[in-house]
Write a protein that binds this ligand. Structure first.
Ligand SMILES: Cc1cc2nc3c(=O)[nH]c(=O)nc-3n(C[C@H](O)[C@H](O)[C@H](O)COP(=O)(O)OP(=O)(O)OC[C@H]3O[C@@H](n4cnc5c(N)ncnc54)[C@H](O)[C@@H]3O)c2cc1C
Length: 243
């Protein structure tokens, strides 16, 4: 481990909060739901769409979306997609109940629902399962919810409890979501669309929605990762996604 990683790990532990792993549930081969508890976690401080930065070992921090269950003050869940071989993937695979986890946050990331809506629409991939749950959970009862989450075939079980449609990934990331959107009749009225997951897929969905006549104010967009790397995701956020 490099000196800078050692320092980042020490800083995360010193400056961040500490949580205990209470439960680990495999939702599918690569999607894991982790329940964390912390005396310093009030549910009211975790708005839907917030992010936390988890220390995943060796000085590495990764962003995740906390999901708070009703009446569960002091605990939050994160739904972690262990896609392949990143630091977070290795971390979650070796995690056990009782482990301590340092984290920073919660802090603002995606704007959640802020009042009644004629409808809500959500599109995302495995990384957005937690975000979708947090957004749907914060909508006023009875709000129509449409949209879909895309997973690889082997992880389809992770969407069993989702209120969104489940679509299976084809050869290209996001194609199944684009096909779903083409078939989708949006309900009447000015609803809100949340887009997250892989950056290029998010960009294509955004353009298709604008082409259908939605306006920028109806879109809440946050790419969570990019097939072309983190710098690409950050650049999109600074440029085209800002307009
Ligand atoms: C605000 C925010 C909230 C997020 N919330 C969640 C969440 O709730 N759940 C969740 O699972 N993820 C979430 N993410 C995404 C997650 O932080 C990234 O996927 C992160 O890069 C994973 O870290 P890693 O150590 O596994 O891989 P890294 O070490 O970061 O990357 C290693 C390699 O894997 C690639 N990669 C990264 N993510 C993926 C992926 N999903 N699929 C395929 N390849 C990938 C990278 O491009 C890189 O080439 C969120 C991201 C942001 C910005």
């Amino acid at each position: 481990m490099s000196l800078s990683q050692t320092l980042r790990g020490a800083a995360a532990r010193a400056l961040g909060k500490s949580a205990r792993v209470e439960q680990i549930v495999a939702m599918s081969p690569r999607v894991v739901r982790v329940r964390l508890s912390s005396a310093r976690l009030a549910a009211s401080e975790i708005p839907p769409g917030a992010k936390i930065k988890l220390h995943v070992g060796h000085g590495e921090m990764r962003s995740y979306t906390p999901v708070v269950s009703e009446g569960a003050d002091g605990t939050m869940d994160v739904v972690v997609y262990a896609h392949a071989d990143g630091a977070a993937c290795r971390w979650v695979r070796q995690l056990t109940v009782g482990d301590d986890v340092a984290f920073i946050g919660p802090s603002t990331s995606v704007r959640g629902p802020d009042g009644p809506l004629p409808w809500a629409c959500i599109y995302g991939d495995e990384t957005a399962i937690g975000l979708a749950e947090a957004i749907v959970g914060a909508l006023p009862a009875g709000t129509p919810v449409v949209g879909a989450l895309e997973t690889a075939a082997e992880d389809a079980a992770a969407l069993t409890d989702s209120r969104l449609d489940a679509v299976l990934r084809g050869q290209t990331h996001g194609d199944a979501l684009m096909d779903h959107l083409k078939q989708l009749d949006l309900p009447p009225g000015d609803g809100v669309v949340w887009l997250s997951g892989e950056a290029s897929a998010v960009l294509r969905l955004r353009q298709a929605l604008l082409d259908r006549g939605l306006v920028r104010e109806q879109l809440r967009i946050k790419p969570y990762w990019s097939l072309k790397g983190k710098a690409h995701r950050k650049k999109l956020e600074r440029t085209v996604l800002r307009s």
